[in-house]
Design a protein. Structure first.
Length: 404
């Protein structure tokens, strides 16, 4: 006989037939293998509620430590460990009926198993939880549970009677009379307790990071490894796995969600890495800059500076130390406000014409031509102040910046 633990004992009450219970609503769905025809029970344990036997499946785990290898062992924790942070083994009841004095050839002498709602348990669950091999245990039912067990058995017998009438209709037979006939056979009754495991696995890392994940399922499923606890889900990337790591930032994630910044060699989440559009390397955003002309992102050290406007651009935009904007530009009208303001301050520049250039919010480049050569003016368009000036002679291609 298997003793019950005080910490996990539970009397049968109305919660056992709650619709949220996994037993409730089970249907006969799997007939791929037959059940054992008989179960040996200890005759000395028949003095319980309504004379029923209380039992547990032979291989049903009764101690939390039996679950450790299958639940805790499912995870691999780098530079840390995993442990239970609360784990209960809740006894869930099933009702078994066996009619030894069978008068109806269509009603076999096998055990009939029912969930908390009185509906038949699927044969797949019967096999999985090992109903066909069980042993007596200490009584969990109280004397006050007798009415509940009686109602439970009545609902189960009514269900059997309904099935018999559907399969074998007979003249004058009703569900009530059929149920009464079945109860009159005084079926052998067993309350089978199966452990439902639930709790939380805590992950603790050497750098102080921690995380938790809940688990729930039939204890025997975990021990037999028919069921694994859920994988850990990275809260940022959504990637799941059983290999856990903690980043330097104390972010807990899975190995598959970790990447290495190729600029700093720092481990981080792959969702935080961006691609350099020049080298193809995956790096953290702080190592990238945006090309002022193309808008392409590239590692800052790979960009080149325009000699004129000093902007950082991708190498393909540079020729002769100048970016494409400074080399080409757009035509500038003679009445352009910025050009007018500059010529007013520097009337000596009025000899230049055919002005071209570009501007943004921070700087502007204006290039004028004359038979004497060229003039390039780099200025602040908001303040209309000159920053740099370059000249080129009529027969030269080289630009020379004036000394400040």
């Amino acid at each position: 006989m298997v003793p019950q633990n005080e910490a996990d004992s539970a009397a049968f009450d109305s919660d056992a037939s709650n619709a949220a219970d996994p037993v409730v609503g089970s249907v006969v769905a799997d007939d791929s293998a037959s059940l054992q025809e008989s179960v040996t029970l200890s005759p000395g344990n028949q003095a319980g509620v309504l004379g029923c036997t209380e039992a547990i499946p032979v291989n049903d785990p009764q101690q939390v430590r039996e679950l450790s290898p299958s639940i805790l062992g499912a995870y691999q924790v780098s530079k840390g460990h995993q442990e239970f942070s609360g784990c209960t083994l809740d006894p869930r009841p099933f009702l078994g009926l066996r009619f030894s004095a069978v008068e109806d050839e269509n009603l076999s002498a096998d055990w009939k198993w029912f969930g908390g709602d009185g509906m038949p348990v699927s044969e797949s669950l019967i096999r999985k939880l090992g109903f066909d091999s069980h042993q007596p245990c200490d009584a969990r039912l109280r004397a006050g549970d007798t009415p509940m067990v009686e109602r439970w058995r009545k609902i189960a017998v009514d269900q059997l009677a309904s099935e018999r009438l559907i399969e074998n209709p007979s003249d004058g037979a009703t569900q009530a009379s059929s149920s009464e006939a079945l109860l009159g056979q005084d079926p052998e009754t067993v309350i089978l307790w199966c452990r439902w495991a639930s709790g939380t696995v805590a992950f603790r890392f050497d750098n102080g990071a921690s995380a938790r994940i809940p688990f729930a399922g039939w204890a025997s499923d975990f021990v037999s490894k028919r069921q694994k606890p859920d994988p850990f889900r990275c809260p940022e990337t959504g990637i799941t796995g059983y290999e856990l790591v903690a980043l330097d930032s104390q972010t807990v994630t899975v190995s598959a969600a970790v990447g290495i910044c190729q600029a700093s060699q720092i481990a981080t989440l792959i969702s935080r890495l961006e691609t350099c559009e020049i080298s193809g390397k995956r790096v953290l955003p702080e190592f990238l800059s945006v090309c002022a002309i193309s808008g392409r992102k590239a590692i800052t050290d790979l960009l080149e500076s325009c000699q004129w406007c000093q902007r950082q651009v991708v190498p393909s935009q540079i020729s002769g130390h100048r970016c494409s904007d400074c080399r080409e530009g757009e035509p500038i009208a003679g009445n352009d406000p910025l050009l007018v303001a500059l010529l007013k301050k520097h009337p000596e520049w009025e000899k230049y014409g055919n002005w071209r250039g570009w501007r943004d919010a921070e700087r502007a480049v204006l290039v004028g031509k004359s038979w004497r050569g060229g003039l390039a003016v780099i200025c602040d368009p908001r303040e209309q102040t000159v920053l740099r000036v370059a000249h080129r002679g009529p027969l030269r291609r080289q630009w020379t910046f004036d000394t400040p």
